[in-house]
Structure formats: C-alpha cells, structure tokens
Design a protein around this ligand. Sequence first.
Ligand SMILES: Cc1cc2nc3c(=O)[nH]c(=O)nc-3n(C[C@H](O)[C@H](O)[C@H](O)COP(=O)(O)OP(=O)(O)OC[C@H]3O[C@@H](n4cnc5c(N)ncnc54)[C@H](O)[C@@H]3O)c2cc1C
Ligand code: FES
Length: 424
Amino acid sequence: MINSYGKRFATDYLKANEIAITNIKQIIDTEKINCDFAFQNSYVYTTKKSELATIKKEVESVSSLGFPCEFVTKTGLPFDVVGAVCFKNQAQFHPIKYLSGLVNSITSHGGKIFTHTIATNIENDPDFTCVVSTNQATVRSKFVIVASHYPFVNFPGFYFAKMYQSTSYLIAMDTKKTLFNGMYISASDPIFSYRTAKFKGKKLLLVGGGEHKTGHPSCYADTYGMLEQEAKKFYPDGEVLFRWNTRDCISLDKIPFIGRYSPSMPNVFLGTGFKKWGMTLSCVASNIIVDLICGKANKYEYLFKPSRLHPIKNRDELKNVLVQSANSLLFDKFKSGNMNFDQIQNNSGSIVEINNQKVGIYKNSDGQIYAVKPICTHLGCLLSWNDIDKTWDCPCHGSRFDYMGNNIYDPAFKNLDVYTSPSV
Ligand SMILES: Cc1cc2nc3c(=O)[nH]c(=O)nc-3n(C[C@H](O)[C@H](O)[C@H](O)COP(=O)(O)OP(=O)(O)OC[C@H]3O[C@@H](n4cnc5c(N)ncnc54)[C@H](O)[C@@H]3O)c2cc1C
Ligand code: FES
C-alpha cells in the first residue's frame, strides 16, 4: 500500500481499521453481546527462507507508520516458521453471534428488518427521493445504503467492471492435541490460515485456504482435500466436523468502495469490496456513511471513494487489474468441454450442446436429469459447473445458482431458465 499510494494513505487506512476494532468492542460492551470476543495476536508467517527479507521489510514498513508490530521466529503453530510479523491486540469473535446481537439491538430500538425481500432496482425521483423496487413492495426513502455484498445496480456505477469475487474454503477439526492461541496466515501461496473457535465447550481447529476466483474450475482435492491433508500433518488424530466455503468481493485496486454510489445518485451509499476483511471494514463503512448522511466530515472518506481514479504505481498490481478487468467482460469465457450428454457421470454436471444450444446438465446420484440454460442472469456470462457444491457458478462476477437453477448468490437475483425436458 505504501508503494502504491504512499505513507499517508497507508497510515490512514491502518488507523481507520484500528478504530473499527475499538468501535466493535464498544458495541459489544454497550449492547452486552456475547460473541466470544477476545483480543489476540495476529501473525503473517513464512516457512520459506526466500521470503524472510520480505517479512522483515513488512515489519520495517508497518513500524515506519508508527504502528507497533514485531518480528518473531517463534509462534504457537505446531510447525517451525522462518519468520513472522506479529500484530498485537487484534480482534477475534464469532461473527454470527455478533450479528445476532446487532439484530436484537436494532429491533429493540424500533428498527425493522425485512428478510426474503430482494431489492431489484433503485431510482432517483426528481427531488432526490430514492425509490427502491423489491420483489415485495416499492420503498421510498431519502437515503439508501446498498450493503448487498456485490452491488446489484449495474448502471450507473459500473461496479461489474471494477470488482470480482474470490472463494475460500474452511474446515473445522476436533483434535485431542492442545491448540495454539492467536490467528495465523501464511505470507504467500498456497495461503493457509490457522485459527481456533469455540464449539459446544470445545476448542476446534479452523484451517482455511484453497482460494480461487469464484466461477473458475476447482476440485475437492485442491480445496477441502488439500486443507485436510495439511491439517493432518500436524494433527493426525484430527476429525473434520465441518467444511464450508464462502466468497468475498475484491475491487481491482484492492481498496474497498465506500461512499456515494454514483454522482448521479447522491443519496445512495455503498460499502463493498472488503476483500476478506469485512469485519472491520464494514464498521469503517458504517462510520463513513453515517457521517456522509449527517453532513459531517470524515477524515478517512477519501481513502475509499467509489468514484476514485488512483494511478496504480505497482506494476504487478496494474497487470492484475488489466487481466481481471478483461476477464469480467468476456461473456463466453469458458467454452463447453468435449463432454457429451452420455459422458456425464451421476452426481456430476457439464455444459453440452443439444440442437446447437448450450444446455447445463446435472445428473443426480439416481441419474435424474436437471437441465438449465447456463447463461448468467446478471449480465449474460456462460456459467461453469462447480462439482464440489453441485452449483452453476459465474466466472465473470461470481453469481451462483443451484443445480435446479435457483439463484443463491449475488449480484444476479433472477433464477436461471430451466428446461423441463433435456431433449430441448
Ligand atoms: C473465507 C473467508 C474468510 C474471511 N475471514 C475474515 C476475517 O478473518 N476477518 C474479516 O474481517 N473478514 C473476513 N472475511 C470477510 C467477511 O466475511 C466479508 O467481508 C463480509 O462478510 C462481507 O460483508 P457484506 O455485508 O459486504 O456482505 P454479506 O455478509 O454477504 O451481506 C450481504 C447481504 O445482502 C443480501 N443481499 C444481496 N443482494 C441483495 C438484494 N438484491 N436485495 C436484498 N438483499 C440482498 C445478502 O442476502 C446478504 O444477507 C472472510 C471472508 C471469507 C470469504
Ligand atoms: S455475475 Fe455478472 S454476468 Fe454472471
């Protein structure tokens, strides 16, 4: 960040996130939310000698911003590291318990939450009242905050050309071995994240990794399988109790979008692109958006302006931006393979050509066939089959649909067209 945007920018980015940790702790204390909150040390580690200099440089860079961090060679991990950056007093908490506390707090103060209500469009009245169309009703309001993960209004804003989604996988293991304290993430690929969580009075091991762009092909062995293999090296008695994956939005310059949605919709606000740091960054977003609505200056607003045009100084980053940007607009990116209808195994799926039309076929474990039109209802990209979750995923902006064509993840909100007969 220092290389790309300079020291002042990096210092303010860091401070905004540190303030968010204090804010979250205050909310937890004031609202008496029981969410296993603990201050923990957080480590970025390497096991490769070739990365030692980079780790040391990181310690130097962070220290130069006036933030206390330490170079260490000993951690709580069950394997040796060559070096690690240790950040003290970071926050660990159970996000669902925390959100549940926030929900109680909102409703007990008279706020209302409407679930199963999909917003489909936002327009401005001439007097700048916002009109939100949903699948249940039309809502008019002076201000609107879009916190829908990936923004669902394509024009204006054009966020589909500025963001992608990335999926990561996690396993939770029960082990008799004593588990470490702290939170750990490796410095380079393959990324592994080690943490613990409380579950029914026990401390479980969480191991994360296997990241890939949402909608790009992957397999069990490269995701859950790889995590399990890695964890078993150090916890051979470990029993996997849970496996899950989730995605987050990544902006092309890796800085979140927080602020006004577009100059032509001045009363609509946005918080997205949290790049897997949404616990603190969502709190940063709340503080900035509240100040904007109340007409107050916020000293961190400039960092995240959605309308920004930062020159990206880092060459590798610039190359990444150009590749991702082109990818987000290649609507027919994944060509259907050579598979024909009969080659599709039970409990698997693929795109096949039938009567010159692309058809997405899934055969369940009994051989029953589900056929969908494999074209994303967001902006029309060709979907790809995800054999881990048995879903149709979009390589452009990360929308996902189950094998029956039901939309399960944004930014799309409409279901796929379904063929009632595979003969089409
Ligand atoms: C593997 C993994 C590990 C992570 N670990 C960490 C971590 O250690 N620390 C950290 O800080 N962050 C972490 N994150 C990131 C964090 O989980 C996310 O940044 C955060 O949850 C994103 O919050 P959000 O509110 O933007 O989106 P969401 O939590 O996805 O909420 C968006 C909501 O909007 C709803 N919605 C979508 N479209 C519409 C619509 N059209 N109308 C109405 N509602 C709609 C959705 O149903 C959903 O309820 C991690 C993420 C991943 C993937
Ligand atoms: S998510 Fe945008 S086209 Fe599919």
